[in-house]
Design a protein around this ligand. Sequence first.
Ligand code: GSH
Length: 206
Amino acid sequence: MSTYKISYFNLMGRAELSRIMLSAADKEFEDDRFEKEEWPERKPNTPCGQVPVLTHGDKQIPQSMAIARYLARDLDLYGKDNMENTMCDVVLECINDVITETVKLFFEQDETKKAKPDIEKNLMEVIYPRFLGHLEKLLDKNNGEWLVGDKLSVADLAFFDLMNRLTAKKGVSVFESSPKMKKHLEKVTNIPGVQKWLEKRPVTDM
Ligand SMILES: N[C@@H](CCC(=O)N[C@@H](CS)C(=O)NCC(=O)O)C(=O)O
């Protein structure tokens, strides 16, 4: 039986979605974490000189989103046809857009810009409500059950990963515009494999 190994820094970062997917699918995996001092030695042994890397059997897969899509196909966490798979991809890209906007707040190097309330205001009043409103429409089309199709998919888990981290940093007020999506986060949080992961994952800041 081939095993899964996720190699990444000792952070949630770009590896967390894959870890959550494996846990939600109740798959054992090696959570191969390392500190940044070890990186120069490891870097030449990675396919793109970056992490995360998924090792499955004797194959190494780089690029977090390629890993997520590979796992989605492998673990039955994609849709049932091309259109549903594409809708999962749409949700992943929407999440990517939100992350791009959010990191401006958390990782802005220029302290004067970081303190600027307009980044925060834009996130809370424009970016998050627009994103949640878009996802709410998808949920409504599926009778409020799942973001895509009639079962749990990578779309729900990526939504969970983003919002679980956002609420940890900024509180549930990020859901002010969308109680429905707040409820959806609770539903995904309560999936046994997700719960198990939340209980056992190392506590890290990012
Ligand atoms: N597009 C890549 C970006 C990967 C990436 O930027 N990885 C960073 C850590 S988050 C890294 O490996 N940095 C060390 C380096 O580039 O030497 C992905 O999504 O996996």
